[in-house]
Design a protein around this ligand. Structure first.
Ligand SMILES: Nc1nc2c(c(=O)[nH]1)N[C@H]1C(S)=C(S)[C@@H](COP(=O)(O)OP(=O)(O)OC[C@H]3O[C@@H](n4cnc5c(=O)[nH]c(N)nc54)[C@H](O)[C@@H]3O)O[C@H]1N2
Ligand SMILES: Nc1nc2c(c(=O)[nH]1)N[C@H]1C(S)=C(S)[C@@H](COP(=O)(O)OP(=O)(O)OC[C@H]3O[C@@H](n4cnc5c(=O)[nH]c(N)nc54)[C@H](O)[C@@H]3O)O[C@H]1N2
Ligand code: SF4
Ligand SMILES: [Mo]
Length: 729
């Protein structure tokens, strides 16, 4: 069946939903700018969690007469520390957005969407899904989600109830390579103890762009106090560099060379922590031998940082150790970007090991997370384990198990073996790999179901779109927060559901699972689930509602204690048998990036902007107003490169790769190294339902060929070269 909706179909469907979305609703901004003359009749404060990004800051919602009036960061929540970012405030408008989905939608034979009742949608989905499983086995069904605690409960449970092991997160397009690299080297992730460090190096990580409020506050405090050296390694002078001590421009995708050469300096000059290495590192001599060849001069040729700077930075880090750390980074540089991202993460972990900084004040901290006890089995029976291996596990065995690579689902869809795919809070078809390839793959799938709050690009490719109510209208499973301290927090319902035909995830899974014949695994309300979860740690929902967050006594974190490394040997593994078995170099070594720009081509990098989240905030009017007012969609280009091509500030250019061509306006700047162009990653919306962001700017994944990083299966979001040409020239 065609997944292309006709223009006429779109107009008909959007008119139906727009009429519903605007009916009888006082918007957030409307409410605060025009208070009722007599003042509010009823006010209340509800503690809950933001859903504007995966940081899920704690917040207080001030509700007046049943309408959201304002939001405030919850000072008791360590993720927000009393603050919210601009996105968090803006995202609350999603609840009142005219672009929201207000009723279930079904794709008709001619490709258009028509409203359908919940009961009919459940019955039709259940019939198709159980039929597919009966015919092709449960391995032909996959579920992809943004991994937040509520759907981490319902998604895997639903998938398992149907006998499938194919449950995935979005990580292949976020931090899968990085987390997998850390997992196989130091046993898991770590954080930088920025507040107590003497020197911190950020490799492709910008706290001022990819915002989390508490970290941003710490960064700003540290920058003002001035006794910690902050180094930003980035092809772009990002918005954190303003506050840092040193900007080190680097060729994209070559951070590995830079790290190997810094390790070479520490070992060659015997500046590494010998005692720590002797006690806690496996494979040091293999690594030492390997990095002999990786001199600063060698690296300089590859990464563009001069040899003297590489050596000086390594020595300064050693001098400040153990209160010195290479920060773990997140997405753009080696989260999922290049053919060598997994190895780059390993090299970060190795360099920190040479500094002996694990567990030390100002170093790299490996902390724990709290856990809940087992839920009562009579009310919450556990579905049996699936009888097949998750699709992708064999080919990409190094991917963190809790994440998996969702791109294996796309591959299986392209090959014709994946028959049913569910998405929850996921815009995979716009952001996880090349969108045209997603469209091609999903066209091969017999049943695509998407649960969203708006008609995203992925929803546009679905057979059924189920509208969830917004995060301010629902109670969810509890949120556990790990780190130096442990907490439990709650996302609570602040207001009644505005659109009567939208439903929370817990209700959707309860009803859909019953239709599929596996209702026994979901026979409880959200309230009953939260009560049961809290019961296992001796708390009640009322206690949690009082402040929105409760500290738990379970953390045993202490500075100075070397953490347990959860690797096969219990040590930091610079040589790994597991990695060798998966076909990659067991010892940490140089791996080149895949694509090298040829004459007349540029490296193409992306990054976050402080007022947008991924692809999902471009329907928020207040945030898009800022983007449009300040032309934030523009492509950055170095001034010398621009001059050579006769391009001036604001000019329109054509940008093209092997996959795609589009046009965009240019920002000419000295804040980007020559040979590289940079684009914000949020724009280029192609769902006409999302009226604010539709066709504004470019969609970066459009340009990137579909391919997967060996071993882990990440999307390699920056393995592309582009050509730039002035339009009309
Ligand atoms: N405003 C905002 N904040 C967010 C999010 C959001 O969507 N919007 N999302 C959250 C999430 S899920 C994530 S994953 C994080 C992402 O957080 P980050 O990873 O910090 O975010 P980015 O802005 O993608 O990348 C940071 C910098 O990496 C640089 N860079 C690109 N390629 C390379 C490279 O090859 N080498 C080096 N050294 N640098 C490179 C870019 O120029 C950019 O300045 O942000 C979180 N916070
Ligand atoms: N083009 C592009 N691609 C990207 C990125 C990017 O910045 N740009 N960022 C990358 C990164 S770092 C990450 S972590 C991933 C993130 O990937 P995703 O987790 O897929 O994030 P979004 O692309 O923002 O899409 C989230 C979807 O969830 C929907 N949604 C919002 N609130 C709710 C809700 O309450 N319930 C339900 N059911 N749905 C809801 C939104 O409407 C949207 O369609 O994307 C990666 N890919
Ligand atoms: S960082 Fe901003 S958008 Fe993300 S959860 Fe916190 S307030 Fe919301
Ligand atoms: Mo991410």
């Amino acid at each position: 069946m065609s997944r292309q909706m006709t223009r006429r179909g779109f107009l008909r469907a959007s008119a139906a939903s727009a009429a519903l979305a605007s009916a009888g609703v006082a918007g957030l901004s409307g409410c605060s700018s025009a208070p009722a003359e007599s003042g509010p009749k009823e006010t209340k404060r509800v503690a809950t969690l933001c859903n504007g990004c995966s940081n899920e800051c704690g917040l207080w919602v001030n509700v007046r007469d049943g309408v959201v009036h304002t939001l405030e960061g919850n000072p008791d929540n360590p993720k927000s520390g009393g603050r919210m970012c601009g996105r968090g405030h803006g995202f609350a408008q999603m609840t009142y957005s005219a672009d929201r989905l207000t009723q279930p939608m079904k794709r008709m034979e001619n490709g258009d969407f028509e409203p359908i009742s919940w009961d009919d949608a459940y019955a039709e989905i259940a019939e198709k899904l159980t039929g597919i499983i009966a015919e092709h086995g449960p391995q032909a069904f996959a579920f992809i989600r943004d991994p937040r605690p509520n759907i981490n409960f319902y998604g895997p449970r639903f998938t398992a109830a149907l006998g499938s092991a194919n449950i995935y997160t979005h990580a292949a397009a976020c931090n899968l390579s990085l987390q997998s690299g850390y997992r196989h080297t130091i046993g898991g992730g770590f954080s930088a103890d920025l507040a107590n460090a003497k020197m911190v190096m950020f490799i492709g990580r910008s706290y001022a762009d990819g915002i989390t409020p508490a970290d941003m506050k710490t960064f700003a405090n540290v920058a003002v106090e001035g006794d910690c050296k902050l180094v930003i390694v980035d092809p772009r002078y990002n918005n954190s560099a303003h506050m840092a001590d040193q900007w080190v421009p680097i060729v994209p995708g070559t951070d590995l060379a830079f790290l190997l050469a810094m390790s070479h300096v520490l070992i060659e000059e015997e500046l590494y922590d010998k005692k720590f290495v002797k006690e806690h590192v496996l494979g040091f001599y293999a690594f030492k031998k390997e990095v002999e060849q990786f001199t600063p001069e060698w690296a300089s040729e590859i990464c563009g940082v001069d040899a003297k700077t590489i050596a000086t930075l390594a020595r300064e880090m050693a001098e400040a150790a153990p209160a010195a750390v290479v920060e773990p980074s997140w997405r753009a540089a080696f989260g999922c970007a290049h053919a060598n991202s997994f190895m780059t993460a390993r090299a970060v972990a190795a360099f920190n090991a040479l500094l002996g900084n694990y567990g030390q004040e100002g170093g790299a901290l490996i902390t724990s997370s709290p856990s809940l006890g087992a839920l009562p089995a009579d009310k919450f029976p556990t579905p049996p384990a699936a009888q097949h291996t998750r699709v992708g596990n064999e080919e990409y065995p190094l991917a963190v198990q809790g994440f998996g690579t969702n791109l294996a689902v796309l591959k299986a869809a392209l090959e014709g073996s994946m028959k049913a795919v569910f998405f929850y809070q996921s815009n995979a078809a716009k952001g996880y790999a090349n969108p045209a390839v997603w469209a091609e793959g999903l066209a091969n799938v017999d049943l695509v179901v998407d649960i969203d709050v708006q008609m995203s690009e992925t929803a546009m490719l679905a057979d059924y779109v189920l509208p969830e109510c917004s995060y301010l209208e629902r109670l969810e499973a509890v949120y556990l927060l790990g780190g130096k301290t442990h907490q439990v927090a709650i996302r609570d319902k602040a207001i009644d559901v505005i659109h009567p035909e939208t439903r929370p995830a817990d209700q959707i899974f309860r009803e859909l699972s019953a239709a599929c014949g596996v209702g026994q695994y979901f026979d409880f309300t959200a309230e009953e689930l939260v009560e049961a979860q809290l019961g296992t740690i001796g708390l009640t929902i009322d206690e949690l509602r009082e402040k929105g967050i409760v500290e738990l006594p379970t953390s045993d974190f202490k500075y100075g204690k070397v953490p347990t490394f959860n690797t096969p040997s219990g040590k930091i593994e610079l040589f790994s048998v597991t990695i060798g078995r998966a076909g990659l170099s067991p010892v940490i070594t140089w791996v080149d990036r895949k694509v090298h720009p040829q004459e007349g081509e540029f490296y193409f990098v992306g990054g976050k902007q402080s007022i947008q989240s991924h692809t999902m905030t471009t329907s928020i009017e207040a945030l898009m107003d800022i983007s449009k007012t300040y032309d934030l969609e523009r492509l950055w280009m170095n001034a010398a490169d621009a001059a050579a091509l006769g391009i001036a500030e604001g000019d329109e250019v054509e940008i093209s790769s092997s996959e795609y061509t589009d046009t965009v306006h240019v920002h000419v700047t000295e804040r980007l190294m020559p040979g590289v162009v940079y684009a914000p990653t949020h724009y280029g919306g192609s769902s006409p339902y999302l009226t604010q962001g539709y066709e504004f700017g470019i969609c970066t994944p459009n340009f990137v060929p579909f391919d997967m990083e060996p071993g882990v299966g990440s999307t390699m979001s920056q393995e592309v070269a582009v050509k730039i040409r002035k339009v009309g020239a």
